[in-house]
Design a protein around this ligand. Sequence first.
Ligand code: SF4
Ligand code: SF4
Length: 360
Amino acid sequence: MYYHLLLTRRCNLNCVYCGGSEEFFSDAEVQYSLEDLKKFIERDPEPVIAFYGGEPLLRIPLMEKIMDTISAKHYILQTNGYFLDKVEEDYLRRFHSILVSIDGREETTDYYRGKGTYKRILDNVRIVRDKGYRGDIIARMTISEHSDVYEDVTHLLKLENPAFDHVHWQLDVVWSKEGEWRNFDEWVRDSYNPGISKLVRDWYQEMEARGKVLGIVPFIPLTKTLLTGEKSLLRCGSGIDFFAINPSGKISACPISSDPEFIVGDIWNSHPTELRNKLMVGPPCPECEMYWICGGRCLYANIKKHWGEEGFRKICKIVQHLIWELQQVKPKIKELLKRNVVSLEEFYYPEINNCCEIIP
Ligand code: SF4
Ligand code: SF4
């Protein structure tokens, strides 16, 4: 099983789409003992621990102590990158994957995350590479109205020093009732959907011309599903085999909420095996014809429906557009597979659930 371990709810940044975390401060810091955490996690024969926050690297000594005390099959780090240069080589080397928040070009990243963020993140990722880290570094974007998905994703894919192995993004939708949107529908119609169409076209062209499957995370496993016909459940795994251990010790199905409807247990009284499949997406997902490909996109959005039924459906249309575009290139990719220009194995990403939710 997979565990998001929230080392603190505090964050050193105050991003436009997040707005800080003041409301969480009643249980901002870890309230359980390491002994209790160890007892819980070691009941799981193959735990994967993903350090998460707030900003987990505000608590580097705690993270190191956990890595020294609790053995896991893999460790993952999801960070805003500000303090990555402070992580010692011995610990860095032990991460299977590192997800670093960056939103695309410098102007986009600094607009959302604060002036100077882009440069600082790239400097730190370079340091991580210089220290010899060879694992998967994923540029983890949030995409909102100020983003141009085509320009921002392409920019990150083209970076060379430092280079990201993969680029993933999540849409800034349905986290709250209001959001920052001025005209969501227009942005989807004129910017996001056309940008996805162009990205899919470029992605295929790179395969055809150079036999290279570019690391655009959402495209890879979705295409694998289309090629193999293998059905998928909720791809982020929340409520199925991915759970969040909150600073209070309560366990929730999704790391972004400890609201009562997401709480499924706590580290003192729950056994990892009892958690599996504890919370699944409800209507309209299981009846949707796309369910086997989409998997339900987001448990949080499915339960909260902050934008109402109509708003929820708007996001489904975006998912459908992405799948439709990938379906258009599927026959051509099949041809490339037949000619051994690319191999099916290249679409078997991620190797483990590395905190990429897959469906933006
Ligand atoms: S497209 Fe929408 S309704 Fe269908 S499975 Fe995905 S999230 Fe659920
Ligand atoms: S995709 Fe939704 S349910 Fe999954 S981890 Fe993200 S917010 Fe939670």
